[in-house]
Design a protein around this ligand. Structure first.
Ligand code: SF4
Length: 207
């Protein structure tokens, strides 16, 4: 089962191997700054819930990420509640689902100081290229794949660009990357499919 529990300890490894660009970007920012603004926390937090990080592990994860930038007291007062809230354990006890690509693309447009959103849609073309080049060694400046991706972005086919990145980074043929669904429509689908592919590969290796 691709949504087998993930612990706080495992997030870093899962991120490097299986996070889609939007979540990898948020995670890298969080690691660097020990901070994310509200919508970034929400986007990443609900996604992490979706990949199988249980509430207790989410508390451990966020506490570690904020590190010495805040006291335990501040964390407990201001952040623990919000984490519990997003897991439906406070307030209205609503079980908020992780955000889909459409929601990320169209709601809460990020400002210049924000790191939430979709890199394909919300980064400038230059920033998107540098982000992709520094994140994925499989991509090269000026290569046909890179041109393909940037062309899709130019024509506002962000999910097509994202799907191409998935295919290239998972070494699968065009159109075969995500199984039945044609293109990436949900960040959690990217991760689930990526973990499945890894399992399939391991199964083949182990005979
Ligand atoms: Fe994330 Fe969806 Fe954008 Fe891909 S298309 S980076 S999964 S929001």
């Amino acid at each position: 089962d691709s949504t087998a529990a993930v612990t706080a300890e495992m997030v870093d490894d899962v991120a490097r191997k299986h996070f889609p660009p939007c979540m990898l970007n948020l995670y890298e920012r969080l690691k660097r700054d020990h901070h994310l603004k509200h919508f970034g926390r929400l986007q990443l937090g609900l996604f992490l819930k979706g990949i199988g990080l249980p509430l207790e592990e989410a508390v451990v994860f966020w506490r570690r990420m904020y590190g010495s930038t805040m006291t335990d007291d501040k964390f407990n007062k201001e952040y623990r509640y919000n984490i519990r809230h997003s897991y439906g354990q406070e307030g209205r006890r609503a079980n908020y689902p992780p955000k889909s690509c459409t929601q990320i693309l169209t709601s809460n447009q990020p400002g210049t100081q924000d790191s939430h959103g979709c890199p394909f849609r919300h980064f400038s073309p230059e920033n998107l290229q540098s982000f992709l080049l520094s994140t994925y060694p499989q991509l090269e400046r000026g290569s046909p794949d890179m041109r393909d991706i940037m062309d899709s972005v130019k024509s506002s086919h962000y999910h097509v660009a994202c799907t191409r990145v998935f295919e290239i980074t998972h070494n699968v043929k065009r159109g075969e990357g995500l199984g039945n669904s044609e293109s990436v429509s949900h960040p959690n689908k990217w991760t689930d499919r990526s973990r499945e592919l890894e399992k399939e590969k391991l199964a083949i290796l182990n005979g």
